[in-house]
Structure formats: C-alpha cells, structure tokens
Design a protein around this ligand. Structure first.
Ligand code: C5P
Length: 405
C-alpha cells in the first residue's frame, strides 16, 4: 500500500543513499516528502532531491515562506511514517535528549508517527557507549532501527556502521504497517479487559455503569501496535475492535470471568473493565410488570472478582498484573489499598470528580501505584496514557522475566 513517507536525510557521506531511496520509494508509488539537515546540504543538493521526489525539500525551521506554507507540525501530521536515512550519531543524540534546534530534530520531537532509523557512521562512533545508550533509549521508546551493517567504510576502516542499502530499507518500509509503532512488545501475550458489564434484571433491563471502554481499547491497541499478541475481553461497547487484536465479546461479569479463564497464559494482564460487583440473584425470565407497589427490592449476589482471581499467586499468574481504580475520595490511599487487597502489581488510579470524569471522555489523568512508588501523569489523551503504560509494562515485564522481547 502506498504510504506518505517523510524522509529526513542527515549529513553523512552516505547521504547519497538517501537519493537512491527516494527513487526506489517513488517507483513503488509512495509519496515522499524530504527534509535535509544543514549537514545533508553539504552532500546532496535540493535540486537533485526535487528532481527525484517531485517536490522541493524542506530545510529551514524558521523559514517564513516554508512555515506559512507547511510548518514542522504539518510535515509530521501529513506523514504515515518518518524515515531517517542516513542517521548520523548527532541526530540520534538529539532524538534521545529531545533537542529541537533545527527542522529535522523539531519534527522528530513533535511527531507521534512511527520512526524508522538507518544509522551510518564510523564504527568507533557507533560502538561508543554514548551512541549505544542513545540507541537503547530510542529502541525502548519505540524507534525502529535498521542496520547498520558491518563492512568497509568511507573513512577506509572496517566495522559496523555502514548504512543499509536502500533496497533493504524499502523492504522494511513495505513490511511496516503505517500504524505499527515498534516491536518492543513482540513475543508477549497480553490480556486486556475493557468496557462495562451488563447484569440482567429482566429481558429488557439491566444494571450497568458509565464505562465507555475507550481506555481499555486504547491499551489493547497500543500493545498490538508494539507487536504483542493481544486478547481483549470486552463488555458491551460500540467501539470497533482495534486492528490485530483478538476480541471476545461478553455481556456479564460472570461471562467475562470465564472468558478470561480460557484465554491461556499471558505475560501481562490489564484489567480495565468496570465490572459490576453485583448481579441479580435470579433475573426475571419475563419483563417485570409495574404493579401498585411503591418499592421494588432486587436481591443481589456478589460477582467474581476477575482481577483478584488473575492475581492469585500460583504457576499461572502472569508476571505483571495491572488493575484500574476509579475513586471519588482519597484516590491514592484507596487505590494503594486496592493494590494490596487484590494482590495485583500496579494500580492505575483515576479520580472521579469535577476535574476528571474519565467516563466516555477522550482524555484522562492517572496515577500509577506500584510496589515502591506513585507516579502522577499529566492530563493526557487516553491513547497517550495507553502508549506510556505499554512502555512501562514492557520494561517491567522484561526485567521480571527472562522473556526476550
Ligand atoms: O474493586 P473495584 O471494582 O474498585 O476494582 C477495580 C479493578 O478491579 C479494575 O481493575 C477492575 O477491572 C477490576 N475488577 C474485576 N472484577 C470485578 C471487579 C473489579 O476485575 N468483579
């Protein structure tokens, strides 16, 4: 499928390979927009880029003509993915530390699109602990690296640091789904519960709650986008299933409980669903008729606690179990108590008050309570809460198990 690719060429002797990449991408029908750094301008000319890409390359952050025509935010917004080829040691350091002192680094800081990086540098620069730490940090953040290869270098030396050939990069671009952020969670199995449950009163009425399922669905989608194998056990919602997620529809808490029991072993369980604590002891088989009575009493019985049951110690307990808590008072204290009571590893707590009523909204303010700390995150879109949670969870589960991701 044709993609909109924003290609950033940085300043290295391998910059000429960037030109070859443009030609190959155009041949495949992709739309290519190019950014040249100041360094790249020493190796390739805007004219040759324009001749190959069909559009003028972007070079300056503060160009009055360019910013008014298409600013740095629009450049990222209009792309399906960003490719940095070749990527110098300098751009990797800037990306890691969040510098934004030219157009390329500003785009890379401002973007939420998948980033593919193909480094090229002298082997000593590549092997330097500074570069390796930058690469590790960026990989953990979801940036995908292609190469470098080992071979003869322009400087006459031999070693790892040679940019991959443009053909190889084209192949990777072809295989990368535009919304696939990274592979950090690949090989991991994840269970997510989401949405409300409906507990029947009679064939037409039920007990429910205000959960929309948005946060749970965003978490399931974020895990899948990072390569995990995700099963989403969902209560009734109108949300579409996220791509690459196996969704199991359930209605009641008991159905959710049994569905979760049959999912099989997982490395991470995230219980986001707002499960009804109670269900009717005996739902009526027929619609309850309105009589003369002023009061109606419904006998309720406890539903199984899915989170507590998944968290029970034992050989099948997932290495990381995350629960959610919506609290109206003493959020931190109540959530911390819930973490201990349910025996889960983390609780993601949100306060339900005038400032933050997460139900059905597109954003959320949460607090992450784990064994040793409490972290409060800023008010964020639910997708961003999900992306951060995935990063944190994958890192934790990697540390807890020998599972390679
Ligand atoms: O006890 P409370 O409902 O406040 O706990 C909230 C957390 O427990 C959420 O993670 C929710 O998904 C989970 N839960 C559950 N099964 C229940 C009740 C809550 O998994 N029956």
């Amino acid at each position: 499928m044709a993609k909109r690719i924003l290609l950033i060429i940085t300043g290295g002797i391998a910059a000429y390979k960037g030109l070859a990449l443009i030609r190959l991408l155009k041949k495949e029908g992709h739309n290519v927009n190019v950014v040249l750094t100041e360094g790249a301008l020493k190796f390739v000319t805007p004219l040759s880029v324009q001749a190959l890409a069909g559009t003028e390359p972007h070079t300056a952050l503060f160009s009055p003509t360019e910013e008014s025509r298409i600013g740095h935010i629009a450049l990222s917004r209009d792309a399906d993915m960003i490719v940095v080829y070749p990527a110098t040691a300098n751009i990797l350091a800037k990306m890691h530390h969040g510098f934004a002192d030219d157009l390329a680094s500003t785009i890379l800081l401002a973007t939420d699109k998948p980033i593919l990086v193909a480094p090229a540098m002298n082997h000593r620069m590549w092997n330097h602990p500074a570069t390796q730490q930058n690469v590790d940090a960026l990989t953990a953040r979801g940036v995908r690296f292609v190469g470098p290869e080992e071979g003869d270098m322009a400087c006459g030396e031999y070693g790892p640091g040679r940019a991959v050939e443009p053909e190889e990069l084209v192949q990777t671009i072809r295989e990368t789904r535009a919304d696939k952020i990274s592979d950090i969670a690949s090989g991991l199995r994840v269970l997510v519960t989401a949405g409300p449950t409906h507990e029947a009163i009679d064939p037409v009425r039920y007990i429910a709650n205000r959960s929309s399922g948005k946060q749970g669905y965003a978490i399931a989608a974020a895990f899948a986008q990072c390569g995990a194998h995700v099963t989403l056990v969902s209560g009734p919602t109108s949300l579409p299933a996220p791509e690459d997620v196996a969704r199991i529809h359930v209605t009641t808490a008991e159905e959710m409980f049994y569905a979760c029991q049959h999912v099989g072993p997982v490395e991470i369980a995230v219980c986001v669903a707002a499960v009804a604590d109670w269900r009717l002891e005996t739902p009526s088989a027929h619609k309850l008729k309105k009589g003369e009575e002023e009061r109606l009493q419904l006998a309720l019985v406890r539903n199984p606690d899915i989170l507590a049951s998944i968290s029970q110690p034992g050989p099948t307990r997932p290495p990381l179990v995350i629960g959610f808590a919506a609290e109206t008072d003493d959020v931190q204290e109540n959530a911390a108590q819930k973490r201990t009571r349910k025996n889960c590893d983390w609780i993601v707590a949100n306060g339900v008050d005038a400032q933050n009523a997460p139900f059905g909204q597109d954003d959320n303010t949460v607090m992450i309570i784990d064994e040793t700390s409490t972290e409060t995150w800023p008010h964020l879109p639910k997708e961003e809460v999900a992306a951060r949670l995935v990063q944190r969870a994958v890192q934790a589960v990697r540390a807890r198990t020998s599972h390679s991701v």
